[in-house]
Design a protein around this ligand. Sequence first.
Ligand SMILES: [Cu+2]
Length: 89
Amino acid sequence: MIPPDLFSLDSIVVNKGHNVKIHFYNLEPAEKQEHHTFTIDDPAYMVHAVINSEENTIIEFTASEARVFDYLCTFHQPTMRGQLLVLDP
Ligand SMILES: [Cu+2]
C-alpha cells in the first residue's frame, strides 16, 4: 500500500496578532518531481505556495483574524490537509 500524502502537522495553533512563519519542505525525492502546495483559500489569508520535490520555502503572514482556517495541498485531496487555529487570547 502506498502511504497517503500528508502534512507533518495537521494543526497549527497561533495567537491573533502574531506573525506566523511556516517553513514548508517537500520531502519527496527529486526524481519524483512531485509538487505540493500549502494553500489557505480564505479572504483573511490568501496563501498559495507551490513547491517541487526537495524544495522548501517560508510562508509568512500576520494572524489578523481569529478563527479556524483550513489549509490544504491542492494536488492531494482529501488526505493532505490541516487546520490553522488562530486564538484570541
Ligand atoms: Cu501534496
